[in-house]
Design a protein around this ligand. Structure first.
Ligand code: HEC
Length: 206
């Protein structure tokens, strides 16, 4: 469900960007007649695309997408680009129109960057005199609950339900260390910490 939403959102955002680039190029190139013609022809599709843009974005947010700061910067950029675009095209102001496209592109770029982001582990257990399980629990509670929830079955932002995971310990360690799909990688975790996390996930299954 979340993945379908994400793919639809990406498609809609791409169409939206292409559409605004065409409009901006026409505006900057003083092709006013062409721009008026293009805007008229694309009025209804533009409304549909803008609506889907919002709808899929809100849907993803409702399913727990907003788990990092980059995400909020992205939303701020998109929100800021809307009045710029509206005023820019209404008043044929090239600077504002170009700026709105730059903002949109910035947001798009940030989304790509955050996908490839490697996560820093928010707790350092390397000097703790604790068992692997205790370390795993600490790391889990400070890094994984955003998406998997305290009980492992929250399934936010498209996360898998860990309480019914059928992965072997080695497979689970691989997913945690290297990331998979929209789950980021935790490459700095030690073998002990990874074992601890897998042990803690086993506890959550009970
Ligand atoms: C940003 C949200 C997010 C965070 C934070 C996160 N996960 Fe995930 N996790 C996911 C998603 C999404 C998937 C499904 C990946 C896929 O296959 O597309 C997943 C899958 C997994 C799986 C595989 C489950 C299976 O049965 O396939 C394991 C194990 C796992 N996560 C453990 C962890 C651990 C441990 C942490 C903390 C160190 C963590 N995750 C943090 C989103 C997250």
């Amino acid at each position: 469900m979340y993945k379908g939403l994400l793919h639809t959102h990406t498609l809609v955002v791409t169409l939206f960007l292409i559409h605004y680039i065409v409009k901006t190029v026409l505006l900057v190139g003083n092709k006013n007649e062409k721009l008026a013609n293009y805007s008229k022809k694309t009025k209804v599709p533009e409304m549909i695309i803008s609506f889907l843009f919002l709808l899929t974005g809100i849907g993803m947010l409702a399913m727990g997408a907003g788990t990092n700061t980059l995400f909020f910067v992205k939303i701020a950029l998109v929100v800021a680009s809307i009045p710029l675009a509206v005023v820019g095209f209404k008043k044929s102001n090239k600077v504002l129109a170009v700026l709105s496209v730059v903002f949109l592109f910035g947001a798009y770029g940030l989304a790509e960057v955050s996908k490839k982001q490697k996560s820093e582990v928010k707790v350092d257990t390397s000097n703790m005199a604790a068992s692997n399980l205790e370390k795993g629990k600490l790391i889990y509670q400070s890094n994984c609950t955003n998406c998997h929830g305290a009980s492992g079955n929250a399934m936010l932002a498209g996360a898998k339900d860990l309480t019914i995971s059928t992965l072997s310990p080695d497979e689970a360690k691989d997913v945690i260390k290297n990331g998979r799909g929209s789950m980021q990688a935790y490459p700095t975790l030690s073998d002990d910490e990874l074992s601890g996390l897998v042990e803690y996930i086993a506890v959550l299954k009970k």
